[in-house]
Ligand binder design. Structure first.
Ligand code: FNR
Length: 379
């Protein structure tokens, strides 16, 4: 069993020798540091949510409504606190993945390559966004383990090409209404940012008269990208199509309703990611954590449920797992780590989250994979 909790001893030992940690451990402090390090446009893009940002706030607040129930005794000889999980028949050392986040070039010049290096250190898989800043083939070389998130384009031939180039997950019909970005007129796609997977795609390029210009503003490629970005008419028929294109497990991300999760499982998906995309799409929507028990109930043993939106600490990961998530995607926290210290910042955030998760699990008397409804209560 990897000892992530030991990290804490190292921090105290270093501090005793006069070396204090150079990055904060509290999410809010890290966010503030990132805000001072970033331009207002990119910071607003990352931090902002849809509308009055009630969904984004609700995601974080929801965690305070659940309380963990620590247990002192542990039957059996093994120490508690194992972080390993099995997902789709594969063993992973921890239940954490990095959430798919687009347009990382506005956060750090090394973008996904820095994320991969930070995550590799801890055996954490990265989930690559379709709107990434690095073509998926380069990420595949850099990351020890990666999953692919598909924004289903309006053009099926392009969707098929993406899936065949990568692997599969799906969602989001259009960008949400985001006042911070509107106020600053900040839409990175217009400057060709977040388009690397499109501009490098043979199917996409075959529709253009000229080769895409890197960094071009309002070019033919940008307009074609905006038209192709996401299909407005997704249905369970899309699942049958994606099944023809890949043998890999297919998950759908962005589900907050039990009835919809059940429909998707009937249509043959392998997994559901309960998520409202960090409150970026619909304002005043249900907090993702509040939707998790309903989806877990609706899906039962028929598919694997993962979770994101509002996770800010190891204790939050434990709550989501006690409510039935089999793994958890971390979002904004590692983006702020990337902003302030590149790969080392991503590693810092993941390492601290895993250390807290392991310490929490030990004090709960369980391995994280065994956390269940008896370990959590409404506050
Ligand atoms: C996202 N998210 C996202 N999701 C996705 O499926 N594809 C994408 O390209 C993006 N891009 C993106 C950019 C930025 C700046 C953010 C903050 C988020 C949503 C992401 O995967 C995840 O669902 C949320 O980040 C979870 O919410 P928290 O925990 O970050 O609040």
């Amino acid at each position: 069993m990897s000892n992530f909790a030991q990290y804490q001893d190292g921090v105290y030992a270093d501090a005793t020798n006069g070396r204090l940690p150079h990055l904060p451990y509290h999410h809010d402090a890290l966010r503030d540091l990132a805000e001072s390090a970033m331009e207002p446009g990119p910071f607003g893009y990352v931090e902002g949510g849809a509308g009055r940002e009630r969904t984004a706030r609700a995601n974080e607040d929801a965690f305070a409504r659940y309380a963990l129930r620590p247990r002192s005794l542990r039957p059996g000889a093994e120490a508690a606190g194992g972080l390993g999980v099995t997902l789709f028949g594969k063993d992973y050392p921890t239940p954490l993945l990095t959430a798919p986040i687009g347009v990382l070039e506005q956060v750090h010049e090394e973008a996904e390559l820095a994320v991969a290096r930070g995550a590799n250190e801890l055996g954490v898989p990265v989930v690559l966004s379709t709107a990434a800043s690095t073509p998926m083939e380069r990420v595949a070389e850099a990351a020890d383990s990666w999953w692919y998130q598909l924004y289903w384009p309006s053009d099926d031939a392009l969707a098929e090409s993406f899936v065949r180039r990568g692997a599969a997950t799906a969602d989001t019909k259009r960008l949400g209404w985001r006042p911070r970005d509107l106020a600053l007129g900040h839409l990175p796609f217009l400057r060709s940012q977040g388009t690397a997977n499109y501009f490098s795609d043979p199917e996409f390029r075959s529709r253009l008269k000229a080769d895409p210009e890197p960094g071009g503003v309002f070019t033919e490629a940008v307009f074609h990208f905006l038209g192709a970005f996401a299909s407005r008419s997704l249905s369970t028929d899309n699942i049958a199509r994606i099944r023809r294109w890949t043998d890999l497990p297919v998950l759908v991300k962005g589900i907050v309703r039990g009835d919809e999760a059940a429909e998707l499982v009937d249509a043959g998906v392998d997994g559901i990611v309960v998520s409202n995309h960090g409150g970026r799409q619909v304002d005043n929507a249900v907090a993702a954590l509040d939707a998790l028990p309903e989806v877990v109930d609706a899906v039962g043993e028929r598919a694997t449920v993962l979770f994101d939106s509002g996770v800010r600490s190891g204790a939050d990961v434990a709550v989501a797992m006690a409510l039935g998530a089999k793994a958890v995607l971390l979002g904004r926290p590692w983006v702020y780590g990337l902003a302030v210290d590149g790969a080392a910042g991503v590693e810092h955030v993941l390492r601290a989250t895993l250390a807290e998760l392991q310490i929490t699990a030990e004090l709960m008397g369980k391995d994280v994979a065994d956390l269940d409804g008896s370990d959590v209560t409404r506050r």
